[in-house]
Write a protein that binds this ligand. Structure first.
Ligand code: CP3
Length: 356
């Protein structure tokens, strides 16, 4: 299928920043910009599990547009979930409010992994691509598609629910490396199919949420995950859109992650943007890294923290303002709006008069 470009497909500042080209202001969007912090989201959300909501493309399209209309952010991100592509695979996935993804019979053996068949975009991703078709022409900013990274999805499938320590996952990697490799390889295939379908329907940037990758030591990362991420990076680079890779607590992995060849790297708030930009800002575009909790503070504090990040970003060739993780549900939308305006104003000034 021929990709359908949005009506005003002039190069956006988000795309320029991801190509590490000069921009006249700093692009900004927020992970979880759609969701429980927005009254208009709560008004349409209903009580069903998010996986049920995602079966209603009109609703998913409307929710995708909500933060774009309210905030004037420089990108929409598709309202979906990293578990959504797997929802039709008959592996008993649910997303429980206040908990997260829960798997009926967690994956432990090769037999379990054999249950993970490839995703068929025409059926398994139809609701998702219908949602994209419904919102893409309403957008004057790029639509970001996304999928889960192989470690993060594998961890949910193996642990059976959110885990802090990922111990069962790590034991499987160490005790059954071939079983893990098969699982990771199938998840990379699913990620590629998902991102390709999103791009075919008009997503012009994609982000891989490998949120929990930072739980791995560099040694385990290099042995168990790096080859799979290298394949993911190589195959997604053929999609013709910039790919951002994101995880939290990745300070010890950033140099490795920067070498994978993704266009952009998402940073959490535990790293000093100055230092990362100096070290890696000429090889990869950087995105982040305001602590989401800071948005709960008085606005003057929020803007002071934002300003310090914007100043540090001058050392990166390509930079996108974002949080270090998703917007917290208790965040006041007025604070988010103030940050968007501030990034746009200050970013334009900084671009005119870069800091020495
Ligand atoms: O960024 C966006 O605005 C796009 C939408 C999006 C959602 N989930 C919607 C969602 C994205 C990018 C995700 C990714 C996702 N989902 C990740 C990676 C990013 C991260 O947060 O680290 C993970 C780990 C998940 C798994 C997941 N889904 C969790 C942990 C939860 C929260 C459960 C809870 O209720 O506390 C979900 C549910 C979910 N996904 C919600 C939203 C808006 C809440 C849904 C609701 O309103 O019930």
């Amino acid at each position: 299928m021929t990709p359908t470009p949005p009506p005003n497909a002039s190069p956006s500042i988000l795309l320029k920043a991801l190509r590490r080209e000069a921009t006249d202001r700093i692009p900004v969007w927020f992970m979880r910009q759609a969701g429980r912090s927005l009254p208009e989201y709560r008004a349409v959300r209903g009580v069903d599990s998010i996986l049920k909501v995602l079966q209603q493309p009109e609703l998913a399209a409307e929710i995708t547009l909500q933060p774009v209309h309210r905030y004037g952010v420089d990108a929409a991100i598709l309202y979906s979930d990293i578990m959504a592509p797997l929802a039709n695979l008959d592996i008993g996935i649910d997303i429980v409010a206040g908990v997260g993804p829960v798997i009926e019979r967690p994956f432990r053996s090769l037999d379990d992994i054999m249950r993970l068949r490839p995703v068929d975009p025409a059926t398994d991703l139809l609701a998702m691509t219908d949602a994209i078709d419904l919102c893409i022409h309403e957008l004057t900013v790029p639509l970001i598609g996304f999928c889960g990274g192989p470690f993060t999805i594998a961890s949910y499938l193996v642990e059976g629910r959110p885990s802090r320590s990922h111990t069962t996952m790590k034991r499987l990697i160490l005790e059954e490396p071939k079983v893990f490799a098969e699982l990771a390889s199938r998840l990379v295939d699913i990620a590629i199919t998902t991102l390709k379908a999103q791009v075919d329907h008009g997503a012009s940037v994609v982000q891989i949420f490998d949120s929990w990758i930072g739980t791995l030591s560099p040694w385990m990362y290099r042995n168990a995950l790096q080859p799979h991420l290298q394949r993911l990076a190589a195959e997604t680079s053929a999609l013709g859109v910039p790919v951002i890779y994101f995880g939290v607590e990745t300070a010890g992995l950033l140099d490795d992650l920067a070498q994978l060849g993704f266009a952009g790297l998402g940073l959490d708030w535990r790293v000093d943007l100055d230092a990362v930009a100096t070290r890696l800002g000429h090889t990869v575009a950087l995105q982040g890294n305001l602590d989401p909790s800071i948005l709960l503070a008085p606005t003057d504090q929020v803007l002071a923290a934002t300003k310090s990040i914007l100043s540090a970003s001058a050392l990166a060739e390509g930079y996108i303002f974002n949080l270090g993780h998703g917007v917290l549900p208790e965040t006041d939308p007025a604070t988010v709006a103030a940050v968007v305006d501030f990034v746009h104003e200050q970013g334009a000034q900084l671009r005119r008069r870069p800091l020495q």
